[in-house]
Design a protein around this ligand. Structure first.
Ligand SMILES: [Zn+2]
Length: 206
């Protein structure tokens, strides 16, 4: 039986971004500044040309782990067009095995050089975890991965949201040998960010 890895087009992926991790984070910051200023350029890009360019391969320079919240449109927030960002989303921006697998694929195969875990103001998932009330279906499955941040940050929602983004970023840096190895080699940076819904501004968390 052929291994999964054998099916990954490693060779094709080596074109990749020419940006380094710091330049990639700077590109995100510049895009967010354009978004905050209401001066988006990504929507004016020739979309037909972009689709043709990206139909066969993708060369995203950065990956995101963001919440599923409808108020956090990741490509818009960073003013990035088709093929630029590798975006994973799950309520509460938590590291599930599938999320980690996706981000490993983004970094090791597609060549993303920066990962930002993006928490956001008024996150319902973090708020619900703090409340800890009974919820229908499998919604409470989100509680366990968010609880460590709340244990650390206490009862302040914004502090807990920021702590959760930082905790999930630290998980990515340490729990994934693939990502940890790339971080150690200086090929990848994993940072946490906080998106303010009202201003549109993304702040990188220390
Ligand atoms: Zn959220």
């Amino acid at each position: 039986m052929a291994s999964f890895a054998a099916g990954i087009p490693l060779g094709a992926a080596r074109a990749q971004t020419t940006l380094g991790p710091d330049a990639a984070l700077d590109e995100l910051a510049q895009g967010n500044a354009r978004f905050v200023a209401g001066k988006l350029t990504s929507l004016q890009t020739d979309l037909d040309e972009l689709k043709q360019h990206t139909a066969e391969k993708q060369e995203p320079f950065a990956a995101l782990l963001s919440c599923a919240d409808s108020r956090v449109p990741v490509e818009l927030v960073f003013d990035q067009s088709i093929g630029r960002l590798f975006v994973t989303r799950v309520a509460g921006n938590v590291c599930t095995p599938e999320i980690i697998a996706s981000l490993e694929y983004g970094a090791a195969v597609l060549g993303t050089v920066a990962i930002m875990v993006l928490g956001h103001a008024n996150c319902g998932a973090v708020h619900a975890t703090m409340d800890g009330k009974a919820v229908p279906g499998q919604i409470s499955a989100l509680y366990a991965p968010i609880r460590p941040a709340i244990a650390h940050a206490g009862s302040d929602l914004t502090a807990a949201i920021k702590a959760n983004a930082q905790y999930q970023a630290e998980l990515l840096r340490t729990a994934s040998p693939v990502l940890a190895g790339m971080v150690k080699q200086g090929k990848l940076k994993v940072v946490a960010g906080y998106y303010d819904l009202a201003s549109g501004k993304v702040t990188t968390l220390g």
